[in-house]
Ligand binder design. Structure first.
Ligand SMILES: Nc1ncnc2c1ncn2[C@@H]1O[C@H](COP(=O)(O)OP(=O)(O)OP(=O)(O)O)[C@@H](O)[C@H]1O
Ligand SMILES: [Mg+2]
Length: 463
């Protein structure tokens, strides 16, 4: 059963065809000529079109063209009284499904239409399946042709088959979780659980019991014993996001699991064995945390066996065009909207933008433009880079003007403040011609505090 459009200028012909086809429970729509057919085709979806060849207002070939304009796979069957070989050849060449002559034999027409419906069904199913496959891969795909991204993909391919602990670092929105998932998916543990936990989302005690579980009565409120996420991830992968935020007590427990696979639930002295691969991510500089005494050095070395560092987007601008394309495609599919592209000016603006929120920010910007504008081409005016966080040298940097950003958007507070701090330090140093003691005095900092910040931001004396 399908939706069939019957096109013929003779009402009696349409009636006979329709009543014939209804025997197969098709839903029949009629058009009395080329023009009506074109209008109907533009406004409706059909499974099959049956059309006359010569009509007062035009040719069946025009119906075929209109049908294929909307859906190139739509089968069109010609039914003609003045059959000529040339006409048959021409319509088949232009993509007709079949070519039948009048007077027609009802069974032949019905069988042909059934065949055509079946083909449409299979084709559409196939497209849906392919779409689903592309989406699955798409979700997992790590895009970017820049050298740093190629190196990241190579590293993933190398470590995935092992059980090594991996430390993934990068600014917010650079794709740390994406990398972690890719490692798991390409590992022998792929069919086992992947458990992700954001360490920054819990208080110290809660995080410990969340990760390692607890015994009944271990702390107030622990009214029954509970398995932790490590146990839940047994034989799979545990992804510790924002691991730089773990308390020292939690770090000690993690170290024990990493060294001998022994897990201690909170409030228990009986070690349990777990087999879990640990992936760790942080946007912080862990070495720095070690120096500040906030992160265990022995744990850091254990985690940093295989580091994967993801460069911020502004350090791989050559990826912006390709990624914008990928996001345009992903978003069109997600929102079920027609595909849009970026105008040359819009792309240029993105390429000059600083992207404190990295790939997540790029994706959000494009998604927002999809929703808020109806143009098929996204222009610079559709991309609210209001804070104009462009790179120094590309016009006026106003990082120091962090307070001017619109609060309706998500933004990266730490990045913004650090950026402002760095810029103010650079400017002050510039003003004092590099004299650090004077710069420190002007900023109300001790000399050692300034020296620390200079290292933190990688500012060299020459700058
Ligand atoms: N290389 C990439 N190719 C395609 N999409 C990417 C890539 N990197 C990141 N993304 C997309 O950008 C968004 C942010 O990625 P993800 O959540 O992995 O970042 P993150 O580093 O974990 O961020 P945060 O530090 O804020 O947790 C996601 O929508 C992700 O799919
Ligand atoms: Mg993340």
């Amino acid at each position: 059963m399908g939706r069939i459009l019957v096109v013929d200028d003779e009402p009696s012909m349409r009636r006979i065809l329709a009543s014939n086809l209804r025997q197969d429970h098709h839903e029949i729509h009629e058009a009395s000529g080329v023009e009506e057919a074109q209008r109907t085709l533009a406004a409706n979806d059909f499974d099959v079109v049956v059309t006359d060849q010569r009509m007062p207002d035009g040719e069946g070939l025009a119906v075929l063209a209109a049908a294929h304009e909307n859906d190139a796979t739509l089968p069109v069957i010609f039914l003609t009284a003045v059959a000529s070989i040339e006409l048959a050849v021409e319509s088949m060449r232009q993509g007709a499904f079949d070519f039948l002559t009048k007077p027609f034999q009802p069974e032949v027409v019905r069988a042909t239409v059934r065949r055509a419906c079946e083909r449409t069904r299979l084709l559409r199913e196939n497209i849906l399946l392919k779409d689903a496959v592309v989406r699955l891969e798409g979700a997992s795909e790590i895009y970017g042709e820049s050298a740093p991204m190629q190196a990241v993909r190579e590293r993933i391919a190398r470590v995935a088959p092992t059980s090594a602990t991996v430390l993934i670092t990068g600014e917010t929105g650079t794709g740390k979780e994406l990398v972690a998932r890719a490692i798991h998916r390409n590992s022998p543990r792929a069919s086992k659980p992947f458990v992700a936990v954001n360490c920054a989302a819990f208080t110290e005690t809660l995080l410990e019991s969340e990760l390692f579980g607890h015994e009944k009565g271990a702390f107030t409120g622990a009214d029954r014993q509970r398995q932790g996420l490590f146990e839940a991830a047994h034989e799979g992968t545990l992804f510790l996001d924002e691991a730089g935020e773990m308390s020292l007590a939690a770090q000690a427990k993690l170290l024990r699991i990493l060294t001998d696979g022994q897990l201690l639930r909170v409030g228990s002295t009986r070690p349990r064995h777990v087999d879990v691969r640990v992936l760790v991510a942080t946007h912080r500089n862990l070495e720095q945390r070690v120096r500040e005494g906030l992160f265990r050095e022995d744990l850091f070395y254990r985690l940093a066996v295989v580091p994967i560092q993801i460069a911020p987007l502004r350090e791989r601008r050559e990826d912006i065009a390709g990624l914008s394309d990928v996001f345009c495609h992903q978003i069109a599919t997600d929102l079920k909207m027609p595909r849009r592209r970026l105008s040359a000016e819009a792309l240029q603006q993105l390429q000059e933008y600083r992207f404190p929120g990295n790939l997540r920010e790029l994706r959000n910007l494009i998604e927002r433009a999809y929703i808020l504008t109806s143009n098929l081409e996204i222009g610079p005016e559709d991309l609210p880079l209001a804070q104009k966080e462009t790179i120094p040298g590309n016009g006026n940097s106003s990082r120091a003007n962090a307070l001017a950003i619109p609060l309706s958007d998500s933004f990266d507070l730490t990045g913004l403040l650090e950026g402002a701090e760095k810029e103010l330090i650079l400017r002050t140093l510039n003003a004092t011609r590099g004299a650090q003691a004077e710069a420190a005095r002007r900023m109300g900092l001790s000399r050692s505090a300034l020296a620390y910040k200079l290292t933190k931001y990688g500012i060299r004396a020459s700058e």
